[in-house]
Design a binder for this molecule. Structure first.
Ligand code: DX5
Ligand code: ZN
Length: 221
């Protein structure tokens, strides 16, 4: 059964604790935190100090998606702040194996992220080391963008690649997920599905998250 991971990027940052409480009450287990540096992506968001505060306010698994250059220099800071899962982009990591190894050495789950235009071939050598692969279904930088349709085939192809290689990596999908496409994304093979706009912009994040979880539940049966 796929799990929903709300992205706080679309939450009201002045009321983060209550926004998070709302999705906890909907039954969410993972919170997705988008970290942008204004270099790798053309936007700036938040960093370790906010994760440190989130760690104090929620027991949810904190999933840090690093859209940054020089990730190696910041892994310790994100681990120390309390991130449970840390993912890095293949497009931004010159020594990807070193970075993934350093995340795992600190006892955290390590994820490898692929932009929409990056082929699955980029995983060839790193797949056995990855705890999860995050497939971007929008170009990273902002919430509220449209899901790129052909990423569904990429999810299915990655599912086949993982099975064929006997790998254990989970598949996370991020960007443009709505109530209209979440079941199809799960059916394509996603294990963790991120949703920002669809959860936090309608005024009732608890109800929105509950609806998305219900769609995942019913798509299973
Ligand atoms: C995009 C981020 C996503 C984004 C998802 O750069 O990585 O996590 O916040 O937001 P929605 O669901 O609104 O596309
Ligand atoms: Zn993200």
């Amino acid at each position: 059964m796929a799990q929903l991971a709300p992205s706080i990027l679309s939450a009201d940052f002045s009321r983060l604790a209550s926004e998070i409480r709302a999705v906890e009450q909907a039954g969410v287990g993972i919170l997705h935190v988008d970290v942008m540096d204004g270099h790798f992506v053309p936007n700036i968001t938040i960093g370790p100090p906010v994760i440190r505060s989130l760690r104090k306010t929620t027991p949810l698994t904190l999933d840090a998606h690093l859209m940054i250059e020089n990730a190696d220099s910041f892994i310790d800071a994100f681990v120390d702040a309390g991130a449970d899962m840390i993912s890095v982009h293949v497009e931004a990591c010159r020594h990807l194996h070193r970075t993934i190894t350093s995340i795992k050495a600190r006892g955290r789950k390590a994820g490898v992220v692929l932009n929409p235009a990056t082929p699955l071939d980029a995983l060839e050598q790193i797949l056995p080391e990855a705890d999860y692969v995050l497939l971007m279904s929008v170009n990273p930088g902002w919430g509220g963008q449209q899901f790129i349709p052909h990423v569904k085939e990429k999810i299915a192809a990655l599912r086949g690649m993982i099975r064929g290689r006997g790998a254990t990596a989970l598949i996370e999908v991020d960007g443009g997920v709505t109530r209209d496409n979440i079941a199809a994304v799960a059916a394509a093979g996603a294990d963790i599905i991120v949703a920002g706009n669809a959860v936090f912009t309608g005024g009732d994040p608890r109800a929105a998250a509950a609806e998305l979880i219900a769609l995942l539940n019913s798509s299973r049966s």
